[in-house]
Every structure is written in C-alpha cells, then in structure tokens.
Design a protein around this ligand. Sequence first.
Ligand SMILES: Cc1cc2nc3c(=O)[nH]c(=O)nc-3n(C[C@H](O)[C@H](O)[C@H](O)COP(=O)(O)OP(=O)(O)OC[C@H]3O[C@@H](n4cnc5c(N)ncnc54)[C@H](O)[C@@H]3O)c2cc1C
Length: 598
Amino acid sequence: MRARVDTAPAWTRARGRRRVGARVAGGVARDGPSARTIEIMESIASARDDDDASAARGAGGTTTLEGLMRLDAAWTSMRRGAGRGDGEAFARRRRRRAATETASDAFDVAVCGGTLGILVACALQRRGGRVCVIERGELRGREQEWNVSRAELEALVRAGALTAEDADEVTMIEFNPIRCGFHGSEKEDIVTRDVLNCGVSPARLVAKCRERFEEAGGRVMERASLNGVDVYDDCAVLDVDGNAVHARLVLDCMGFNSPIVRQIRGGAKPDGVCVVVGTCAEGFDASKNESADLIRTVTDIETDYRGQYFWEAFPASSGPGDRTTYMFTYMDAEEARPSIASMLDDYWEYMPAYQGLSSMDDVKVKRVLFGLFPTFRNSPLKTEIDRVLAIGDASGIQSPLSFGGLAAILRHVNRITGAVEEALDANALDRDALRSINAYQPALSAAWLFQRCMSVRIGAKPKRDFINRLMTTNFGVMEALGEDVMRPFLQDVVTFKGLGKTLVSMTASKPLFVPEILINAGPGPIADWFRHFIALGMYDLLSSPAGAVAHALRPAGQDESNANPLVEAVSGSLSPRQKFFIRRHAEAVIYGCGRDAH
Ligand SMILES: Cc1cc2nc3c(=O)[nH]c(=O)nc-3n(C[C@H](O)[C@H](O)[C@H](O)COP(=O)(O)OP(=O)(O)OC[C@H]3O[C@@H](n4cnc5c(N)ncnc54)[C@H](O)[C@@H]3O)c2cc1C
C-alpha cells in the first residue's frame, strides 16, 4: 500500500494557522510555511534530493521548501519596495570601441538565461547566426509540464528550432474537453476543445532545442553566471564569471528577476502580481482524469487581502491518475498581501472539495508548485541600453492574465527572431532600433484592466460574489458570441472586435452591473484602458495595409508571392535601416491588435 501524507491536525486549517518562523537568506518571510506544508514537502523524496539551487529550470523549476522560502523572501522584498537603488548599474554604456581584435571575434548574439532563451537561440543559430547561451545553472528544463495549444507549438517548427517530429516528442499528453465555470453561477460549464490542451515537457523541449542548437554550431556556457555588461560602440562585453565574452547583441532572457530588467525599471514595484500555488499529485480517479479546467472558482472573494482564488486543473503525463491543480490570485504588491506559504494552506484546505476528494489523503503529492508573476503596465519592456534586448518573461510580453510565458514566446518567436536577424544585417543595434522590436501593444495593455477587475484593491469593499458575477457575465456573453470571440481570449489574444462585441453585449444584458465594475476598477485605470481600447481599434483598422507593407519590405528570399512591382521599386530605394524600422512599425500594428493570431 502506498505511503500517504498524514492528515494535518485541524488547527492548521483554521485562519491564523500556527507557522514555523521562516528565516532565510535575503530576508525574513513574514508568514512562513505551516507545519502541514513542511510535513508534506519533506515527505516528497524528490523535493529533498532535488534542491539544486544552481540548476536552471527557470520559473516554477524549484519545488523544495527552501525554494518556497526563497520565493517568499523575494515576494516580501518586492512588497517592501526593496528593489530600488540596487547600486552600480549592471549594464553600462561605454563611449568608445572595444579592442578591435576581440570585437571581430564576437558572437552575433549572446543569449543570457537558457530556459526560453535556448528556443530563441536555436532558431537564430539555425538561421545562420553565431550564437552563445549563457546559463547560470545547468541548462535543463523543469519536470512540471507547460500547457500550450498544439497550433502554438508549430511556431517553433516554422522558426526552425524543432522539427515536426520533435514537436510530437516533446508533447507528453493531450487532453480534452476544456472547461470554465464559476462559483454561484446557475449556468452550465463553458466547454471547449483544443485550447491549451497539450502538456509539453520543458525538460525535453530544452534538451531538444539544445541538441539542435549545438548541432548547428551554437555554444552553450552552463553554470556560468552573467555578472555585468559593458556596451561599447562596436560590441558588448559580457562579464561571465570573470571572463569576457564579446557579442554584437545581448538578449536578456533572465526572467522577471533579471538584473537588467530591475535596472531599467528602476526597481519599481510591479503594478500587479499573479501568485500561484499548486501540486502535481497521483491517485485521482483515472476514469475522470481526462478533462481540464482552464479557469474555475469554487469560493467567493477571500478575506485577509487574498482577493479571489481561481483554479486550474489538468491531467499530467506521469500516470493515468496524475493531475496538476493550481490555485492563483491577482493582486497588487502592497505589504499587507499574504505570503505564498500562507496561500498553500488555503490550497490544502480547498483543493479536496474542488477535486471531489474527501481529503488530501486521497492523493499522494508528487510535487509542490509555486510561482510569482509580476506585471507592469509599461510592457513590453523597452530597452534603455544599446545592444541589449529583453525576451521572454524579462520583456513582460506575456499576458497579465495567464502565466503562459512559453505560450507568449511561441506567439512571438518568428517575429522576434526575424527582427533580430534584420537588426544584425542592418546593424540596427542601438537603443531606438531595439525598442521598436518590443513596441507598444494595445492588446496587451488593454488586458491589464482585466487583471485589475479580477483583483480586489486594499480598502475596497466589493460584494463578496462580485468577481464571480463578473466572470459569469463575461464568459456567458463570450460564449453566446461564439468561438471566434471565446477562443482567442482563452489563448491570451485580445482583439478589437471580440472585446468591443463583449463590452456592448455585457452592457446590454446587465446595464446595472457596469457601474459596479467601474467602481471596483477605479477611474484612473478605466481612463487609461479606454486609451488602449481606442488604440486597439486604430491598429485593427491599419492592420491590412501594415501587412502589405511588411510583406513588400520582407528580406530577400522570403515568400515572393503577391509581389507588387511598384511597392517593390519603392522598397528598393530604402536603406536597410529604413526598411528595418518600417517593418517593425508594421509588425507592431499587426501583433498589437492580435491580427497575427488569425
Ligand atoms: C507553477 C508555474 C506554472 C507554469 N505553467 C505554465 C504553462 O502551463 N504554460 C506556459 O506557457 N507557461 C507556464 N509558466 C510560465 C513559464 O514557466 C515561464 O513563463 C517561463 O519559465 C519563462 O521563461 P524565461 O526563460 O523567460 O524566464 P525564467 O524561467 O525565469 O528563466 C530565467 C533563466 O535565466 C537564468 N539566469 C538568471 N540569472 C542569470 C544570470 N545572471 N546569468 C545567467 N543565467 C541567468 C536562470 O537560471 C533561468 O534559467 C508557469 C510558471 C510557473 C511558476
């Protein structure tokens, strides 16, 4: 018989739970792991053996008690605003040339951070670049699967990072149907298929991309930490564990906690945060373990500044009765917000009822999961430094609603690798040129208000069922409008038509609810959002001509169909730098209004 985690004593389930003080390097967690969390985490053999803090694995890659306390300490520092005034700049602009002989030996691109970085590095190397990857830990993806839609994964095949067979090999599981449902709603679940229904193994994906990267001549430097960057007129010089590495362009793929991002953002507090906790556990009824919840609520708004808890659940590939469940909430980074460890206690309390278990004892926890996703309204991040460009979570390009950083890079990988290639060809590596790659996207900015509406401000007192009513109304309207509206939204694609139709229908069906939404969001964010909504409409209007311009100015050798002789003649008179900028503006319009997803 399988050994199971002991039931926690009743007192650990009550609010004001007894906790073990958690004093960790870098800060004191205000509200440390409870005895129950410690007991569960220590009972998982891999969570003890696997505590290799230097291993890469990226966000969500650490599943140990130490890792939890480290993340909570970082969350505490973030809430206290301790990121400001970090001392000397990590990336510095020097006004002269680096030594010519070393500069001529430079890599085209140094990708710093290998989790999503290896995907982009592989695509660039296979397109003919000279690329290196600098990874602080071991270059290895985590065990816990990432969920994406199959069509999204195809982007890596188009980018050349994977073959179609590789894409099959890294996809460990597919599940259907996909459900959404909200507490207190009298409506049936919203059911769809083939949205975020593929479990991709990060370990296999990273290994496969690495293999193809090295096969094409790419260089991996692992267990090698980037300690600073000096940018010269002719190249960047990276300090990698005291050794100098030269590159024409630096891609910052070091995640949301990147020292370069902290420098550019001035250590500012994020505008919003999504905190997630969960487990992958075995012992669920295999006959019922086929479908997934994309988003669900089982309670109303919490007390203690915890906001509204949302849930996600899906089968894991490790066994027929294995299932992952996440509980997450959106909030700001005010000091009063709860610790991640204390959210885990709520998870132990709610999860059994959510999944139809009698208690946590019905399943065996294989892995405890946790993560923190800061979001900034000012995203994607525009660089302040020549030759340095943020990619992946560092760039803030992922939706503020989901924690789908892989999904976000898949959506943008062909645009980004194409833009980087053109920047290298046109020698457009200065700050202004690189800022045009991470251009303003009204669709992304408009999505920020949704996060705000799904959170509860400190001091605000909405009715406890407010967010559930909002979600029920919003999803009900989208379902009635059809798959064309619902599917892009579920995949983090906000479009003008979808959003416009949803707002009109919501106002028509629940006119008295609209003032409540406006009051909860606050006048400032609403006014700001309206600006992005108008921009979204303008971008949508311009997207067809922008597509034609981007096509006409495409680099030589790409898709010669539909060539217009007049436009081709004009394009021939432009300099490579001019073409680079015009194409970036055109892409910004197309991606900025979600037209790329059609
Ligand atoms: C619980 C959880 C579940 C998730 N589920 C999904 C999902 O289902 N689908 C999805 O799309 N996304 C999911 N995500 C998000 C996804 O994991 C992240 O978006 C992704 O890991 C971001 O990758 P990144 O490379 O940008 O940053 P990170 O993952 O943060 O990786 C940064 C890398 O940089 C390295 N690094 C840092 N500093 C240095 C330095 N100084 N020198 C060299 N290297 C350095 C780190 O070692 C690390 O490898 C989930 C995240 C969590 C926490």
